[in-house]
Design a protein around this ligand. Structure first.
Ligand code: GRF
Length: 195
């Protein structure tokens, strides 16, 4: 089974996913695709021997459809069974998502359905929430909205800042995403909960 991973930056979730796909794991990474040629995750993928590609979204300016047409070319060429968005920061149209219906996953740094969109940790702190976390979900046309496949929770501490909270959530992402991907790849059902 082949997994394409889309990134925008450091790709720490991509590394965690790629490192988990070994041994008797039924899936292997087939492509790491970035929307920024300078994404530092690309060098990490190359160092792991994973094919990479980059389609810079900036030349396309607001033409989302043209950018997605360009993005689809290396992605479809890799013939992935699954597509994992891992720190991918571009919103994808319904038309793009529909081509991977039921086969596209995303990790979002909040306990969805709370805090869709950006600045999730700052919003959870501002709301006085007792806990925060991350969610792996199936990608649908609506942003950060598909069926939840797994969640990991961390407490919000009294003097937490968005950065200190992110520092506790990110390692949980690196545990949760590989767990969920393995379940999806082996056809197991039912959401994962951490801890
Ligand atoms: C992080 O904020 C993470 O919470 C979210 O995407 C951002 C970058 O992740 N999923 P990565 O290091 O590029 O995987």
């Amino acid at each position: 089974m082949k997994v394409a991973i889309l990134i925008s930056g450091s790709g720490s979730n991509m590394v965690a996913l790629a490192q988990s796909m070994t041994g008797d794991h039924p899936a292997r990474p087939c492509l790491v695709l970035a929307n920024d040629p300078d994404a530092s995750g690309l060098a990490k993928a190359r160092a792991m021997g994973i094919p990479t590609a980059a389609i810079d979204h900036r030349p396309f300016k607001g033409d989302r459809a043209a950018f997605e047409t360009a993005l689809l070319e290396p992605l479809l060429a890799a013939k992935p069974d699954f597509v994992a968005l891992a720190g991918f920061m571009r919103v994808l149209t319904a038309g793009f998502v529909r081509q991977f219906e039921g086969r596209m996953l995303n990790i979002h740094p909040s306990l969805l359905p709370r805090y869709k969109g950006l600045n999730t940790h700052a919003r959870a702190i501002a709301a006085g929430d007792a806990e925060a976390g991350c969610t792996v979900h199936e990608v649908t046309a609506a942003l950060d909205d598909g069926p939840i496949l797994g969640q990991a929770r961390v407490p919000i501490l009294p003097n937490d800042t968005p950065d200190s909270l992110a520092a506790r959530v990110l390692p949980m992402e690196h545990r949760l995403y590989p767990l969920v991907l393995r379940r999806v790849a082996t056809g197991e059902r039912g959401p994962v909960s951490l801890p």
